[in-house]
Write a protein that binds this ligand. Structure first.
Ligand code: TA6
Length: 305
């Protein structure tokens, strides 16, 4: 098993795939895996196991990444697909000040890489408990991230309980999508779905029709296994977000005022990003018995007209 602290040479010797996958030095001097195949390019930082780019061949960037975001230790990358684990949002018992857990600020290790075919490449990363994580969350675990980049972007996040007591987790693949204009997109798939409106005093509401964005939007849609589609008339593109083993979808856009105060966001950033997050949170909790595991998945694809 190789970690980011190993040289790039060791990483590439062990895991590069000729013509499809190489490890390079990216922003902030951090190591990333760059995938290039006949269907797409993708970039994954070992910091946070963080996918920062997915560009299907012949299309534009699907993921949004903060133009002025920081790439530094102990700090989450703003944009791409942050891994919120082992809790979503604030710590459930207030025992840590970390928002969204620690997985997105830990350095993941490379387990394997594989050329599935000339248009599909897989990379598997792993995060295991350490003194650092035990100090924050006193449980033994293995967290596996399987990323399959090709005509679609498929992500499996598997939590394994390697301790001897049950663990309860909430989690999210907190995907930031690149869009043309937040006020003009529509998100379908959540019609008649109940949600908690975190931007309106945590009121319980029900979605009527497609989701439109016209102010700060922080909505936790509950009891939904539905796929969502982001319809973007500006980029003239529809992006599908499918999921497995997730009963919660979070839709977030900070809008004007929040953008001004959130780290790594510039004032106008809210206009070109929206988060549609495959999640387990609120009452949707994964309880994992010793020795058992739980996998949540998402699949991102462009709907070809
Ligand atoms: O997913 C929505 C949310 O919980 C928002 O409330 C906002 O905090 C966002 O996540 C980003 O959180 P972060 O800790 O990455 O700034």
């Amino acid at each position: 098993m190789i970690t980011e602290t190993e040289s790039l040479k060791n990483l590439n010797h062990a895991f590069s795939i000729n013509g499809q996958l190489e490890f390079i030095t990216g922003k902030g001097g951090m190591t990333l895996a760059r995938i290039t195949n006949n269907a797409c390019t993708a970039e994954i930082y070992l910091h946070g196991g963080h996918i920062t780019s997915y560009i299907p061949k012949g299309d534009k960037e699907v993921l949004w990444l903060a133009p002025n975001g920081a790439f530094k230790p102990n700090h989450p990358i703003r944009g791409g697909i942050p891994i919120c684990w082992p809790w979503f949002g604030p710590h459930p018992e207030g025992k840590s000040t970390l928002m969204h857990g620690f997985a997105r600020i830990e350095i993941w290790t490379v387990l394997s890489t594989r050329e599935i075919n000339d248009h599909t490449t897989e990379i598997c990363l792993c995060l295991r408990d350490s003194e650092r994580t035990n100090a924050i969350w006193p449980h033994k675990f293995e967290l596996f991230l399987r990323i399959t980049a090709g005509k679609t972007l498929f992500i499996d996040l598997t939590s394994r309980n390697t301790g001897n007591t049950p663990i309860s987790i909430t989690e999210a693949l907190h995907t930031y999508f690149s869009i043309g204009d937040a006020s003009r997109i529509r998100i379908s798939g959540l019609d008649k779905c109940d949600y908690i409106d975190k931007a309106d005093g945590d009121k319980a509401k029900t979605q009527i029709g497609d989701v439109a964005i016209s102010s700060e939007t922080v909505r936790i849609y509950v009891n939904t296994k539905a796929d969502c589609i982001i319809d973007d008339p500006v980029i003239d593109r529809k992006v599908a977000v499918a999921k497995k083993n997730s009963d919660t979808t979070v839709v977030w856009n900070p809008w004007i005022e929040k953008s001004k105060i959130m780290p790594d966001l510039s004032d106008g950033d809210y206009q070109t990003m929206v988060c549609v997050e495959t999640a387990k949170t609120n009452n949707d909790i994964a309880v994992i018995a010793p020795g058992k595991e739980h996998t949540m998945s998402t699949e991102i694809s462009i709907i070809r007209q």
